[in-house]
Design a protein around this ligand. Structure first.
Ligand code: NCD
Length: 304
């Protein structure tokens, strides 16, 4: 594997390989488990043209725990403000001698474009491109499901919320269906594009109807920054119809697993009692994200 651009491009075996590798990276560099030197002498550049907390910090930490040097770019305070293009920015950072570029950008396909402009030895990792894909988020979601449920095949996973604008939804759909899970997408009619039916998922607009069937619910944030206005009447109505709360928890399977990629909007897609309760694996997802990113960086540019 040269780049990681999306889970759509990977086979079930390739996804399983990354998940298995990631299990071996959980806890590396923490407490008594030593750091590793898979990326010794390598430089990993983080180019984040959109805001990020978890993804950005964990790619940096993952690279350093594998012995790499890291550099961080964000457009604020950079020459982007003077009109420098995205490709020129990337090529100038490349000229400092980097081995991998982790890129987040609001334009779908930006990481794919980069692969055509960079030197052949530079690996590109998509850390979220517009509403298209966010492959490491999909992988860490699936790893968390596998850890908690001991399997993926045969499970029913509900993706709830703003499917239209969610790259997390698309990466989850590709990864989960390849590994044999049943995926139900659920959200307001204006936020569930009909073409997702072509990706092998069931579509519903009624969360209450699917609650008793779901083993996992992945609660997605409404991507206000990517929306035209007026796609749903109000946050209050959204919360009433699609918010996960104590009442819906009582009607869900007792062992339903709650995931959310973060950032969560408490009281909108999920209430604090559900987010912080025993069924929630939201912070496990963050821990697993580090392991998944170590596995991906090691696979792409490690010596092993
Ligand atoms: C997601 C993203 O940026 O796509 N967050 C993340 O990476 N953890 C989801 C979101 O912003 O809602």
């Amino acid at each position: 594997m040269k780049h990681l651009l999306g889970l759509e491009d990977l086979s079930a075996d390739e996804i399983t390989r990354i998940l298995n590798d990631a299990e071996g990276f959980v806890g590396v560099g923490v407490g008594t488990i030593p750091k590793r030197d898979d990326l010794k002498g390598k430089v990993v550049a983080n180019l984040f043209f959109e805001p990020s907390t978890r993804t950005r910090v964990s790619f940096g930490l993952a690279a350093r725990r594998l012995g790499a040097e890291t550099l961080d770019f964000s457009p604020g305070g950079s020459s982007t403000a003077k009109g420098e293009t995205f490709i020129d920015t990337a090529k100038n950072i490349e000229a400092m001698g980097v081995n991998a570029m982790v890129i987040r950008h609001s334009s779908p396909g930006a990481p794919h474009v980069l692969t055509r402009h960079l030197l052949p030895h530079v690996h590109v990792v998509n850390a979220g491109d517009g509403a298209h894909e966010h492959p490491t988020q999909g992988l860490l979601d699936i790893l968390t499901i596998r850890q908690r449920k001991r399997r993926v095949a045969g499970l029913t996973v509900g993706l709830v919320g703003d499917i239209a604008h969610s790259r997390v939804a698309r990466s989850n759909i590709h990864g989960l269906t390849k590994l044999g899970a049943k995926v139900i997408v659920c959200g307001p009619t204006t936020l569930v594009p009909s073409e997702v039916a072509g990706l092998g998922v069931e579509i519903t607009h009624d969360l209450d109807a699917i609650l008793p069937r779901c083993d996992v619910l992945n609660l997605l944030r409404i991507q206000f920054e990517r929306q035209r206005s007026g796609l749903f009447p109000s946050i209050r109505e959204y919360r009433l119809l699609f918010g996960m709360d104590g009442d819906r928890m009582r009607r869900a399977k007792p062992d339903v697993l709650l995931l959310a990629p973060g950032p969560i909007n408490r009281g909108v897609e999920i209430t604090p009692d559900a987010a912080d309760g025993p069924n929630s694996a939201i912070l496990d997802q963050v821990t697993n994200g580090l392991a998944v990113r170590m596995a991906v960086l090691s696979l792409l540019c490690g010596e092993g």
